[in-house]
Design a protein around this ligand. Structure first.
Ligand SMILES: [Zn+2]
Length: 215
């Protein structure tokens, strides 16, 4: 690695620390807690391989749980008018996410599909939907609540006439603990507005959001 790259890397680390502090994460406290866990399981936190682990975990948590200090509205308030006589369905599929199960603090991850019916041509950029997913995924979370949070945010901030959200995820707390067979996914759905009221519209959305591509 060149000296320049090394300097850059150090800068990155410092700014991560500052960002984390600004965002309200108490990194030293996380570090102490991780050290305690290592003691509690009978490890030696001062051995070579573990010496930097508390610091690494603290930084990782600040990143993985960064959504706690974010508001989806910042991403969804910049709507743009899509001039059209009709408010046709907008579909965004296969938004990848990873989150932390709040029961075990282990990851669950998968994809989010979103369908919404705009009101008066009010739509939002594709990347904003993905950012919204991240705001809610980067916190201690439950898949059911993640689904509901995304649906509520899009229904509320976009004032969409209808929102359908499908989340498919694999939970490491199930797989790693042997409670689930390989490939066991959990699927959750959330419907708001017209998708909640109109069954025909709901099944149309679900057929469009069906898994595709693979087997
Ligand atoms: Zn869990």
């Amino acid at each position: 690695m060149s000296p320049l790259a090394l300097v850059r890397k150090t800068d990155d680390v410092e700014s991560t620390h500052e960002d984390a502090a600004e965002a309200g994460f108490d990194l030293p406290r996380i570090e102490r807690a991780v050290r305690e866990i290592l003691f509690a399981v009978g490890e030696n936190p001062d051995r070579d391989g573990l010496r930097d682990t508390p610091r690494r975990v603290a930084r990782a948590y600040a990143e993985l749980l960064g959504g706690l200090r974010q508001d989806a509205e910042t991403h969804l308030r910049r709507v743009f008018e899509h001039r059209s006589d009709r408010d046709d369905l907008v579909l965004v599929r296969d938004i990848e996410f990873s989150s932390m199960c709040e029961h075990h603090l282990l990851p669950f991850y998968g994809t989010v599909d979103v369908a919404y019916l705009p009101d008066k041509g009010q739509v939002v950029g594709l990347s904003k939907i993905a950012r919204t997913v991240d705001v809610f995924a980067k916190r201690p979370q439950l898949q059911e609540r993640l689904t509901a949070d995304i649906a509520d945010a899009i229904a509320g901030h976009l004032q969409a006439r209808g929102v359908a959200v499908v989340v498919r995820a694999e939970h490491l707390c199930l797989r790693m603990r042997g409670a689930s067979k390989r490939g066991a996914d959990m699927v959750t759905t959330g419907f708001r507005g017209e998708f909640d009221r109109n069954r025909a519209l709901r099944s149309e959305a679900l057929s469009l959001l069906r898994p595709h591509g693979g087997a």
